[in-house]
Design a binder for this molecule. Structure first.
Ligand code: HBI
Ligand code: FE
Length: 284
């Protein structure tokens, strides 16, 4: 549901000026409702780095924030800035921005009737879900490394493998802490239902993060995850992405995909899910 922006206002890198005048009172009310609901359920569920980032960003609880003001705070912390875009942008544009420490943020917000579910990222998912962790230096470095890796993966025709890494870490990752499992994935942090399901429900598998295993694992964009991958520290994913992936992609090309709900022999299984409710959503 990309809300139309006049074509003349979209720059060659797909960025636009945040169309501040186009937010309605209802849009700001939707932002407030989403923000207050997540702020209420995330303490004790979100990792402490996310909570710290959210506090650091003073993300305005009272309405859709001004991207320029957030970029000033973010830039001082980790050199990242936010750029407004009309919606999903082509992969090479997306990776190009990440590689330059620019996070593309969809400018529009969902309709009130979409409070509980939205397929395409909106401003709440992008700002509330992603930006607080961009305040964390290790995570901020990982996101730039991911952008650079994405441009290489595109060139090698290995984008689907890398997209899975992003999906199961940046969007739906869990991290182990002395207090128990915590959420760092943005797709979970911006979703009330999945913020509860991913930690409390017996249905999903929870498996130790393993780079090659994750890059073989399929996912659906329209259901809660059937498998969550658990890291011990952000450096786990940063260290894993340091080497040149070319040999990994060559090996992956010889290995079969793993189903989104499947457990394989090499897995360090932390929870073998019941699979309740999966019948209706076989893998894509
Ligand atoms: N564009 N605006 C935007 N936001 C995203 O998260 C995004 C995108 N384009 C491509 C993309 N994500 C994914 O396909 C890559 O992560 C693989
Ligand atoms: Fe996202």
């Amino acid at each position: 549901m990309t809300v139309p922006i006049p074509i003349g206002e979209i720059r060659s890198d797909f960025t636009i000026d945040q169309p501040w005048h186009r937010y309605t009172r209802e849009d700001h009310a939707t932002w407030r409702a989403l923000f207050e609901r997540q702020a209420r359920i995330l303490p004790g569920r979100a990792c402490r780095e996310f909570i710290a980032g959210l506090d650091g960003l003073k993300v305005a609880a009272d309405g859709v924030p001004r991207f320029d003001a957030l970029s000033e705070i973010l830039e001082r912390a980790t050199g990242w800035r936010i750029v407004a875009v009309p919606g999903l942008v082509p992969d090479e544009v997306f990776f190009g921005h990440l590689a330059a420490r620019r996070f593309p943020v969809t400018w529009w917000i969902r309709r009130p009737e979409q409070m509980d579910y939205l397929q395409e990222p909106d401003v709440f998912h992008d700002i509330f879900g992603h930006v607080p962790l961009l305040m964390n230096p290790v995570f901020a470095d990982y996101m730039q490394a991911y952008g650079r890796g994405g441009l290489k993966a595109l060139a090698l025709g290995a984008l689907p493998n890398l997209a899975r890494l992003y999906w199961y870490t940046v969007e739906f990752g869990l991290i182990e802490t002395p207090e128990g499992l915590r959420i760092y994935g943005s797709g979970i942090l911006s979703s009330k239902g999945e913020s509860i399901y991913c930690l409390d429900d017996g249905a999903p598998n929870r498996v130790r993060f393993d780079l090659m295993r994750v890059m073989r694992t399929r996912y659906r964009i329209d259901t809660f995850q059937k498998t969550y991958f658990v890291i011990r520290a952000f450096d786990d994913i940063f260290a894993a992405t340091r080497p040149d992936f070319t040999p990994y992609y060559r090996e992956l090309a010889t290995l079969p995909d793993i189903g989104s709900g499947e457990i394989v022999g090499s897995d360090e299984v932390m929870q073998r899910g019941t699979g309740e409710g999966w019948g209706a959503t076989p893998d894509a």
